[in-house]
Design a protein around this ligand. Structure first.
Ligand SMILES: Nc1ncnc2c1ncn2[C@@H]1O[C@H](COP(=O)(O)OP(=O)(O)OP(=O)(O)O)[C@@H](O)[C@H]1O
Ligand SMILES: NCC(=O)N[C@@H]1O[C@H](COP(=O)([O-])[O-])[C@@H](O)[C@H]1O
Ligand SMILES: [Mg+2]
Length: 392
């Protein structure tokens, strides 16, 4: 029997998920705050609502009566998910997971206080004055992030006291939803940053993908590569932590568990209860299942006989440089000319400075040097330029 899946958030990650579940025979209603979002272009139906409006969400759920609700972004009125679960709807990975990760405070307190995991030292602040006090306690440099935001929106690094007011104002302009409070984290001088894609199943053990390395700018990912070589001890510890956090949050699906590796060891950073942007590298065929196919199987309770690394890969983002409409992409042919190269253009209808519009992918033989694959992915991404019309 085909299931009806309601996807809440319809960006590039949702688009690949829709393709994966539709290949398995299911129907998707793709929801976002704007029309013609990437996943809506490949779904069976679409809806445009403010997902932070609980009543609007209730109405959509009543109208479409989905079997499964799959959140694709964080900024959703997730408190309502508990009710949907009571009504017998499967929420992915679970109402608790989506609700805890919507707000950095809930997940950080769970990880650091309840599970005792090592994180950057942190404080919360709900006003500029509280931010000054929090920065004084945490020390400089430190990172300020809205409690509700993603992809680095509203995030900045405070290097001296003169940055504090700017950081507060920036957090308020970049936050999602109506929560003004921010988290202030001590800056971790890591040498490596990884995403450990973790799959929890309805009937089966928790599975781990080979670690993905990545580099971020402005709090947003620029390149990722897989596998990222880390020591067996760090890998074992990261898997243990990912197993613990996902078990505490409950449910079935893929998770992107983020860690910093510094000279003094491993730090848990945060996690996404859904496919991770850095995991787009799996679209280069690095594994026997992409992160989207893994999510689809886990959500649908289908078997995952095992996760295997098939080849090495890298991804590099294609960004817009200004605001505009009707984006066109030059240089695609040149980017595809090299063996092992591929691209994904997401189909976002509008550009903004630094908005991610596509991704360049590179794959090589299993033992290839990921550093050179990364350099090739960066070069291919640079060949693709985004042209757009001025908005009226
Ligand atoms: N305490 C920290 N010390 C050093 N760097 C940090 C710290 N916190 C965040 N960063 C850097 O900023 C990036 C984005 O931070 P974080 O993952 O918390 O934000 P996000 O908005 O949730 O991003 P996303 O939604 O893309 O995962 C991190 O991947 C890391 O590179
Ligand atoms: N780090 C989270 C992440 O990458 N999320 C992805 O970006 C989209 C929003 O993009 P937009 O801001 O360009 O609309 C989301 O819908 C999701 O696919
Ligand atoms: Mg992150």
């Amino acid at each position: 029997m085909p299931k009806t899946i309601m996807l809440l958030g319809s960006g590039e990650l949702g688009k690949e998920f829709v393709i994966a579940v539709k290949r398995l025979g299911h129907r998707v209603i793709a929801v976002d705050s704007y029309d013609d979002a990437p996943a809506q272009q490949v779904a069976d139906g679409r809806e445009v609502i403010d997902m932070l409006d609980g009543n609007a969400l209730d109405s959509l759920v009543a109208l479409h009566q989905p079997d499964i609700i799959v959140p694709e972004i964080e900024a959703i009125r997730t408190e309502r998910f508990y009710d949907y679960e009571k009504q017998g709807i499967q929420v992915v990975p679970s109402a608790r997971a989506a609700n805890f990760t919507m707000n950095r405070k809930a997940i950080r307190d769970l990880a650091a206080c309840e599970l005792g995991l090592r994180t950057a030292n942190y404080r919360y602040a709900a006003s500029l004055d509280e931010l000054r006090a929090a920065v004084a306690e945490v020390g400089l440099p430190c990172v300020v992030k809205p409690l509700m935001s993603s992809s680095g929106k509203g995030q900045s690094t405070v290097r001296s006291e003169v940055d504090v007011e700017k950081a507060w104002n920036y957090s308020q302009s970049g936050k999602r939803g109506d929560i003004a409070e921010v988290i202030v984290e001590a800056f971790v001088a890591f040498h490596t940053e990884i995403t450990l894609l973790t799959v929890t199943q309805k009937n089966g053990p928790t599975l781990f993908c080979p670690p993905i390395g990545h580099r971020q700018e402005r709090g947003d990912y620029q390149e990722s590569w897989q596998p990222c070589r880390i020591s067996p001890e760090h890998l074992a510890r990261a898997q243990e932590i990912a197993g613990k956090v996902t078990a505490a949050l409950t449910g079935a699906g893929i998770w992107g568990v983020e860690f910093f590796l510094a000279d003094d060891g491993l730090y848990f950073s945060e996690l996404s209860p859904r496919p991770h942007d850095t995991g787009m590298v799996t679209l280069a065929g690095t594994q026997n299942f992409s992160e989207f196919e893994l999510h689809a199987r886990a959500v649908l309770g289908l078997p995952i006989p095992g996760i295997e690394l098939l080849r090495a890969g890298a991804s590099a983002v294609i960004l817009a440089d200004r605001a505009g409409v009707d984006p066109q992409f030059d240089g695609v042919e040149a980017a595809l000319a090299e063996p092992g190269s591929d691209i994904r253009i997401f189909g976002k209808p509008v550009t903004r400075p630094y908005r991610r519009m596509g991704v360049a992918l590179m794959s090589g033989a299993p033992g290839s040097d990921v550093e050179s694959l990364k350099q090739q992915a960066i070069a291919n991404a640079a060949k693709v330029t985004v042209q757009c019309e001025d908005a009226d």
